[in-house]
Design a protein around this ligand. Structure first.
Ligand code: APR
Length: 382
């Protein structure tokens, strides 16, 4: 069996690529390891930045993918309980992100691709990729493609198929623990982050009646999922500086990793890595899903030029193009992470003061505020 482009993985990266190629009249097959309900129900990211939504708008997919999604406006940052309201769109020429839970984005991308006659095979894990022959082997079959898009996430088969000597990997662990709980507690007025010597905390709305909370915890001080709920609420009240914080039953408890990882290059022969397969990023700044979509956007344009016009220049520079944005966002995420966590760095008072200076600059230097808003909105960069 043969196709122009084989896409491994139906997460945000693979599904975005599949839809963009379909719009451009390029034939592709998507092979996804899991079944449809798993893919549709996996909860993760929630913010599509302005640049991410532009990718869909440019392809005429805005209505199908982001219709009705509320715009992101204010971010409230509380420093030891003292509120500061950041109006991102006002500092970014009106550009704002939209709140699109990943499940909704994935479901809409799936529906659109299938409605357009797309070939997407669930429960079809790729076991092996023969890069020399552009061939993928899965239980019950084989597929040969002119190009392969490895959109199979951090644990997928694509990156592992590239000879180790051809790749350089970079990783960074912040040494910070994040504990998150979902609760039937009313959402905050604005997305809310608390900076405190007691540790970072945050609260984001999840629909009209629920909130997701985040708390920094000490690695090595036991599993926070075993904290009594009273302790969780006490810590949230303390760090968010709100003794009257409305609470509610906790319905989900999870640990979030604060790790970053980048693979260079993001391509080998005719295999191109996109999204988590190539890089992961700490959640501060909400860039993980947006990076995945940006890779898919660049790859779709490059594959279309190669397959329609026989011009592979953009494909050859795919990795360099995507790595520029990847490192730019990595730097932003680390900058943001340090700003909101280092207030709790009791062992390093110098770093604490630096984090305060970083925070103060946002409210005293309009150019710094513009830069912050620009990074939040996402950048075309090329
Ligand atoms: N064969 C086929 N499919 C595979 C294989 C395989 N061998 N291995 C993994 N997959 C599938 C997974 O089941 C998953 O559906 O690839 C998909 C990868 O999806 P994601 O992990 O969501 O990766 P990506 O599309 O790059 O999106 C990354 O989304 O959730 C956020 O934090 C994440 O923000 C980041 C972004």
């Amino acid at each position: 069996e043969m196709t122009d482009v084989a896409i491994i993985g139906a997460g945000p990266a693979g599904l975005t690529l599949a839809n963009l190629l379909q719009r451009n009249g390029i034939s592709c097959v998507v092979l996804e390891a899991r079944d449809r309900s798993y893919v549709e129900e996996r909860q993760r990211a929630g913010i599509l930045d302005h640049y991410g939504s532009e990718i869909f708008a440019a392809a005429g997919l805005a209505e199908a993918v982001i219709a009705g999604a509320p715009r992101e406006q204010f971010l409230e940052l509380r420093y030891e309980g003292e509120p500061h309201l950041f109006d991102g769109p006002a500092h970014a020429g009106g550009r704002s992100g939209v709140l699109v839970p990943q499940q909704l984005l994935v479901r809409r991308l799936l529906t659109t691709f299938l409605a357009g006659g797309g070939d997407l095979r669930f429960a079809t894990p790729v076991d092996r990729i023969n890069i020399k022959e552009n061939r993928m082997v899965y239980a019950g079959g084989e597929l040969t493609a002119s190009y392969i898009a490895g959109c199979d996430g951090f644990h997928g088969v694509s990156r592992r198929s590239i000879p180790a000597a051809a790749l350089t990997t970079y990783s960074f662990d912040h040494g910070i623990g994040w504990y998150t709980v979902l609760a039937d507690a009313p959402p905050p007025r604005h997305a809310l982050m608390g900076i405190s010597e007691h540790g970072f905390a945050a609260q984001f709305g999840r629909g009209p009646k629920a909130s997701r909370f985040y708390l920094q915890y000490d690695l090595g001080a036991g599993d926070p999922r075993e904290w009594p709920d009273d302790h969780t609420w006490d810590q949230l009240r303390l760090r968010l500086g709100d003794p009257a914080l409305p609470t509610g039953p906790i319905t989900d408890r999870e640990i979030v990793e604060m790790r970053s990882f980048v693979t260079e290059p993001m391509a080998y022969a005719n295999l191109f890595l996109a999204g988590d397969a190539a890089h992961i990023i700490t959640p501060m700044g909400a860039k993980g899903m947006n990076l995945a979509l940006a890779d898919a956007g660049v790859l779709a344009t490059a594959l279309t030029a190669a397959l329609h016009d026989g011009d592979d220049a953009a494909l050859r520079s795919y990795s360099d193009t995507c790595l520029r944005r990847t490192w730019d966002y990595q730097e932003f995420s680390r900058w943001f992470t340090e700003m909101v966590h280092d207030a709790a760095a009791a062992e390093d008072p110098f770093r604490r003061r630096l984090a305060k200076a970083r925070f103060d600059r946002l409210w005293t230097n309009p150019k710094a505020a513009d830069w912050f808003a620009d990074m939040m909105a996402g950048t075309a960069l090329i």
